[in-house]
Design a protein around this ligand. Sequence first.
Ligand SMILES: [Ca+2]
Ligand SMILES: [Ca+2]
Ligand SMILES: [Ca+2]
Ligand SMILES: [Ca+2]
Length: 414
Amino acid sequence: MDARLGKIILLACLAMGLAAGSAAVADNLYFTVDSGDNDTLMMVTGLAPTTGAPVGLSGQAGFKAAGTGSDGIGAIDAAMIGGQPRVATGGQIIHLWDGNDISYLKHSDPTGPGDNNPVREIVLGEVGGNEDRLVIARETGTGATDILLQMFEASTMSHITTPGPHNNIGNAVGMARGNFTDSFPGSEIVIGTTDLATLNKSPGFQLYVRGDNLGWLGQQPVQVMTDVATGDLVPGLNNDEAIFTGNIGGDPGPGNGQQSHVFSTGPGFSMDYQWNNAGGGPHGPSASGGLTFNAVAVGQLDADAEPEIALVGDNVLRILNHDGSFVAQTGPTGQNMTDVVIADVMNNDGVNEIVAVTDSGLVFAFGPNGGGALGVYNAGNPITGVASLRVIPEPASLVLLLAAACGLAVARRR
Ligand SMILES: [Ca+2]
Ligand SMILES: [Ca+2]
Ligand SMILES: [Ca+2]
Ligand SMILES: [Ca+2]
């Protein structure tokens, strides 16, 4: 080897060693914030532990804020698309943002000018085997009790398909992607629906559609729900299952309210009940009552291979095992938590935290066992949604060659 080339490689190796020493990067967090009629998207690249009174979210690593020019923002999702971090938000219009710095990329107004019927739910990323997808759920018009699904190519925001609306099924209150069956490619989409006020029907449905064309697969009544999440909650069966939560069972009380129900899919895409966590003990009402769940997330919170479940709501954070067995409950929190994610956002340690946001404008970070908050941060306005994303750098071939030359082992976090 030429001496000069050797020196260059040595310097590059030193630089890579330094980079590897600080390579642990927390998952990004993105927040939708209700700030009047020009709602805000905010991001941080990590949270620092704090004690005592809430500290400003704007003081956290990588903080950025962007005006959306849209009201009613709250639907949010994040995914890697073509090796790039992307964030999608839905209010009166749909936005696609660069997940590195929430700079604006594209927008689409699915209802056209003059119609402010909001996007209720949004899913970004792989569905139907194609990672470049954005799916929204809304109504056909203001006050309608139907669900209109629309699929776009995410990177171009070009329209792909809008099947006919699902009539008399209420409004979407949760939407997630999961691979429920191998009969159809990639992930399918599950939607929770509810509309007690206007429908003389079941107060809530689970609705499944194909990921490749949004074709209807099945629906089934569940009762009042607020959110849905997916994960491999029944190991050894299919791939993913869906968990619905909310005020299922009616007003909160012993055996009612605050339930979560898990369903798998069977032959012919039947919807097979797996378990619910209704009942007494930790699942009973709080001393102050009113314990209902607003949101659910599925993710890894301990060392066993199965995922855990985080539920947040009015005055409560509850953690369950994948089979519904009780792990921990934190509360009363004195806060109405509106959304939750499970992500590694603190300490760069590969250990996930539970991040919950509130309608009073606070971000709570809890450890994987709940308990006292590891930090509380103030965004200044009500937070309507949160999404997380692990940004996976695309290794350039030169970097890989250098890594090989330096003899660096490539370590991967779980
Ligand atoms: Ca599938
Ligand atoms: Ca499963
Ligand atoms: Ca686990
Ligand atoms: Ca962590």
